[in-house]
Design a protein around this ligand. Structure first.
Ligand code: PEP
Ligand code: MG
Length: 897
């Protein structure tokens, strides 16, 4: 073997060549089997073919790399030695299993074949040896079925049907009631099925069986369900599955044998008690196949107390060793317990938090490990937002799937008109607002609805951003539905949903479900409070909130925000009683009229800013000057146009003229951001005055105010300087009017690639940067953030893109701009404060990137703060772990060489 690459790693009593650190190479199953052998856990001996072997074989049409076949035979020799049996031998045969196992667990997605090594002669020998013909024929018929199905693609149903016929013929109900002779006949019938379906005889040579089986398991890496599972769970960057060949132990040897699955703690509640199921006289697939109803594991304590005690002790040992709840597969052969697999168990959010807290209290892990390894951001998400009960609906009730834009579950009657949503709320009715897309004008109805569904728009569309800010469930860009406002219906295929019909919305999965489904309420139990208090004790990059109103700011503070990273001032304009002043300002024909309208708006803005400063006493508050194009404040529907013209006391023609004047081909690239403040300096003046006056008044009252005024969408330093001059002048005016002053900063958003490239120059003039990664992504890719859903699903399917870049920051491109701008800015001002206030500020992976890049803070919706905090602490803690694991992987590779 010397000189050739090592592809096979043996494990057993005499040798263990793998370890739990080698998951990438040996898959979770292979790595853990080796590890368990080292711990002295009873594991049948075997060997694992590495993921590298799989990669090579898949790439070369099942041609194995040099040396692999010899290494497999050496592995078989190792098992034979430990088991004192020979593979293919007629008198003393060894049987093996061939199992899949990737680096990341993909339960049940790939294939496994049991009982390899059987043929007619081996069967005879085995009967002599075991004196148990029933067991031998049972194993044989299972083997032909599994081999036929996995290797040759014969439908498993054909075999199942044959069993059903035989049970009918013999007038029995259960498989276990079939006699040895029945099973012998069944294996003959199975062979006939095999021949009929493949045109070939069942392969008698155990060596051929082994090679075919290994290849089939390699190939199961690319089967449809495995590919889909990886896609749904965003599992990327793996090269293939490892394959473990292991001596068979038999749970079907009689009443003293059995097989089962057991969790060391309850995976739904986290309760510290063994949880699982087993079957007597059965093989592994029977438990999962649901043919027989398994027995609860607790029952084992009464039926086989010694085995149960052994299992309990092994569970304790493994949990302590892996420092996590384990999901274990076991087999009992003639009263003796064997462990076939252990892995960290999947669990609900509730269970994750309880297990983390319990394992710390039991002294098994420390707090840092619990935070880093035992609770994922998605677990907190489950706790912070209501979910549907797990069995509350069937797949066929899903009438559409869009983007999971804002997590949580909601039920309500469909309304299409935001005004109606507001009325329904007043009448105490629950509604889901369904729109083609939303605009700022709809916010009243959006706020009143339980959830929001849009047919268009992406992860940073208006509906998505606003809903996330409020912690309200939202499914955006659901292309499966066609909304017809005229008939007050939406259609999904041939299903028509009318106004007043109940629907259920799952903003965590993007599913739209017909009917009213049952919700599970959120509860912040003591375990959650304990866990989150540990998270908040860790020193991390600050987490601020995006909040537009004093109420949102209070929520943000209650969730532990370190300040406000973004106040979108335009959102305040839509509060009742204000929008008409904004419209008057837009309709003004000269500066004087515009100033008059702005003067009327000023007290409202001031009131809001004061409320936010008060809520954030002692913490920084970043307020962004007006950003969206002005047309967003004017109506678009004829009825609305009529009403607004009437409210403003102007003619409809005049209003329509203005609407037409403001129309743009690409409004996102049009008259918006600082361009508005440059065209209409009086808008910047009014907003600067409202901020500074509110700050001074609050300071006078004893509130500690730290205002940060932020200029949006600059592409050149000149734009920034122009706006800054206005702000500084107005501030000076206010200070001299009131005879007092307040500290304030003026900074900018970096959301145009040119600004990122010229960050050094801009840093000379600006006090801080905040990356507006929504626009920065839009402008770097050239993807409209509102239209990207039209082609994004295809891009993701074709793997042109790995992720939605509006959700997870594109580190290669947009990230490069963030890094370049950060470096350039800090070269000029060493301690330049820099954050992210785009939607990426709430995304765990993007938060880890922000941490790595050395940003001071991320800013996200108030409801995501605990999640962002956890992600940010995990980024800090995993940084240390990553460095350590690199060393371990390296030394593993070195020891192979
Ligand atoms: C951004 O572009 O990232 C941002 C925060 O601004 P908005 O989403 O309001 O354009
Ligand atoms: Mg922006």
């Amino acid at each position: 073997m010397s000189g050739s690459t090592k592809y096979v790693y043996s494990f057993g009593n005499s040798i263990t060549e793998g370890s739990k650190q080698m998951k990438k190479l040996l898959g979770g199953k292979g790595a853990n089997l080796s590890e368990m052998c080292s711990l002295g856990v009873p594991v049948p001996p075997g060997f694992t073919l590495s993921t590298e072997a799989c990669k090579h074989s898949l790439k070369n049409r099942s041609e194995w790399p040099t040396g692999l076949l010899e290494q497999v035979y050496t592995g078989i020799l190792h098992i034979e030695k430990e088991m004192r049996q020979q593979y293919g031998d007629e008198a003393n045969p060894l049987l093996v299993s061939v199992r899949s196992g990737a680096a990341v667990s993909m339960p049940g997605m790939m294939d496994t074949i049991l009982n390899l090594g059987m043929n007619d002669k081996v069967v005879e020998g085995l009967i002599k040896k075991t004196e148990n013909p029933r067991f031998v024929y049972d194993s044989y018929r299972r083997f032909i079925d599994m081999f036929g199905n996995v290797v040759m693609g014969i439908s498993h149903n054909l075999f199942e049907q044959e069993i059903d016929y035989m049970k009918l013929e013999r007038q029995v109900k259960e498989d276990v009631e079939l006699s040895a002779d029945d099973l012998l006949e069944l294996s003959c019938r199975f062979k006939k099925i095999y021949k009929n379906e493949t045109g070939e005889d069942f392969p008698e040579d155990p060596k051929d069986q082994l090679i075919y089986a290994i290849n089939a398991v390699f190939e199961s890496w690319n089967n449809e369900r495995a590919v889909k599972y990886r896609k749904i769970n965003n599992i990327k960057g793996l090269i293939g599955t490892a394959v473990t060949v292991q001596a068979m132990v038999f749970g079907n040897m009689g009443k003293d044998s059995g097989t089962g699955v057991c969790f060391t703690r309850n995976p739904s509640t986290g309760e510290a008690d063994l949880y699982g199921e087993y079957l007597i006289n059965a093989q592994g697939e029977d438990v999962v196949a649901g043919i027989r109803t398994p027995i609860l594991i607790k029952d084992l304590a009464m039926k086989k107390p010694r085995v149960y005690e052994d299992l309990q002790n092994i569970c304790l040992q493994l949990e302590e060793h892996y420092k996590d709840m384990q999901d274990i597969e076991f087999t009992i052969q003639n009263g003796q317990l064997f462990i076939l697999q252990t892995r960290n168990g999947k669990r609900t959010g509730h269970a994750a938090v309880k297990i983390a807290v319990d394992l710390v209290n039991e002294g098994i892990v420390d707090r840092k490990t619990a935070i880093r390894d035992l609770v994922e951001p998605k677990h907190l998400e489950q706790l912070l937002h209501p979910q549907f009960k797990s069995d509350s609906f069937d797949e066929d009730e899903i009438i559409g799937t869009g983007l999971a834009a804002s997590p949580g579950a909601a039920v309500g009657k469909v309304v299409f008109d935001p005004q109606k949503a507001e009325e329904a709320k007043e009448n105490g009715e629950a509604v889901i607002l369904v729109r083609i897309e939303t605009s700022p004008e709809d916010v009243g109805g959006m706020a009143s609805a339980e959830g929001i569904l849009t047919a268009r728009g992406g992860m940073t569309s208006h509906a998505a951003v606003v809903a996330r800010g409020w912690g309200k469930p939202c499914v955006a860009g659901c292309h499966d539905i066609v909304v017809d406002y005229n008939r007050n219906i939406f259609k999904s295929g041939d299903i028509t949903v009318s106004e007043g019909d109940w629907i259920s919305l799952d903003g965590t999965t993007g599913n739209v479900i017909l009917g009213k489904k049952e919700l599970e309420k959120t509860t912040f139990n003591p375990d959650y409070k304990t866990f989150i208090s540990w998270v908040y004790e860790e020193e991390v990059m600050a987490v601020r909130a995006n909040a537009d109103t004093p109420e949102d700011a209070e929520v943000a503070r209650s969730y532990g925000a370190a300040g406000i990273g973004l106040t979108r001032t335009e959102h305040m304009f839509f509060k009742p009683g204000r929008i008409n002043y904004v419209r008057k300002m837009i309709m003004a024909e000269n500066e004087e009229d515009r100033k008059t309208a702005l003067d009327e708006l000023l007290p409202f803005q001031k009131e809001d800013f004061a409320g936010i400063f008060e809520a954030m006493d002692g913490l920084p508050v970043t307020i962004r000057l007006l950003d969206p194009p002005l047309h967003e404040f004017l109506p678009s529907e004829p009825a609305e146009i009529k009403k607004v013209a009437h409210d403003l006391g102007i003619s409809e023609e005049k209003l329509i003229d203005k609407i037409n004047l403001l129309k743009e081909y690409n409004p996102m690239l049009g008259h918006r951001g600082c361009r508005l403040g440059i065209s209409y300096p009086e808008i910047t003046e009014m907003q600067a005055r409202a901020i500074i006056e509110a700050a001074c008044e609050l300071q006078e009252k004893g509130v500690e105010v730290l205002p940060e005024i932020m200029i949006p969408l600059i592409g050149s330093v000149e734009e920034f300087v122009h706006q800054r001059k206005i702000i500084d002048r107005v501030a000076e005016e206010v200070f001299s009017e009131i005879g007092d002053s307040v500290e304030y900063q003026v900074g900018t958003m970096i959301e145009i690639p040119r600004a990122a490239l010229l960050a050094g120059k801009i840093a000379r003039e600006a006090d801080f940067f905040s990356f507006g990664t929504n626009d920065l992504t839009q402008l770097t890719f050239g993807f409209s953030r509102d239209d990207v859903v039209k082609f994004l699903p295809q891009y993701l399917d074709m793997e042109i893109l790995q992720n939605d870049p509006f959700q997870e920051l594109d580190e290669d491109g947009v990230g490069l701009l963030v890094q370049t701008a950060t470096e350039a800015g800090r070269n000029i001002k060493g301690n330049l404060k820099i954050g992210i206030c785009g939607e990426h500020g709430g995304d765990p992976k993007s938060i880890a990137f922000a941490y790595k890049t050395g940003l001071n803070y991320v800013s996200c919706s108030p409801f995501r703060i605990p999640i962002a905090h956890l992600a940010s602490v995990q980024a800090t803690l995993s940084n240390v772990e990553m460095e350590e694991s690199k060393v371990t992987e390296l030394s593993a590779v070195e020891s192979i060489a």
